[in-house]
Ligand binder design. Sequence first.
Ligand SMILES: Nc1ncnc2c1ncn2[C@@H]1O[C@H](COP(=O)(O)OP(=O)(O)O)[C@@H](O)[C@H]1O
Ligand SMILES: [Mg+2]
Length: 135
Amino acid sequence: MTRSYALGEIETVVKEILPLLKSSVICFKGEMGAGKTTLIQSLCAALSVEDVVSSPTFSLINEYQNKAGKSIYHFDFYRIESEEEALDFGAEEYLYSGNFCLIEWAENIASLLPEDHQKIELEKTGTLTRKLTLK
Ligand SMILES: Nc1ncnc2c1ncn2[C@@H]1O[C@H](COP(=O)(O)OP(=O)(O)O)[C@@H](O)[C@H]1O
Ligand SMILES: [Mg+2]
C-alpha cells in the first residue's frame, strides 16, 4: 500500500494501516523528520494508548500501556552502536513477546528482527506531505 498524506489526514491513514498489520513487529524507515515518531504517536492513540508517546532516542525503548493493559514497545535504534548492545538490554525478549514493537531505525538491528516483521517506509515529499509505503 502506498499513500500520501498531510498531518490532518494521519488518523485516516492509521485507520487504513491497522487492518494491514499482520506482524507485531513494525519497522518505520525514513530519514530524520520523515514522520516516524509522529505516525507512531497516532498509531498508539488508535491502539488506545493514553500515555505520552515520544521518541525514546536516548533510552532506546519506551513502554506504553493501552487501556486493555497490553504493553506496546517503542524503540529508536538511531544511536545504538552495535546489535550486541541491543542483545544486552534484552531486545529479543521484546521482539518475540508478541506485543506490538514499533521500531525506528530498525536497520541498525536488522539481524535481530523476527522474519515476519513488516516495514513502513516514509518519505518527505514536501514540508507538509509525506508518502507512506507499507510492505
Ligand atoms: N504529513 C506529515 N506527517 C508527519 N509529520 C509531518 C507531516 N507534515 C509535517 N510534519 C512534521 O514533520 C516532523 C516529523 O518529525 P518526526 O515524526 O519526529 O520524524 P522522525 O521520527 O521520522 O525523525 C514533525 O515536526 C511533524 O509535525
Ligand atoms: Mg523519531
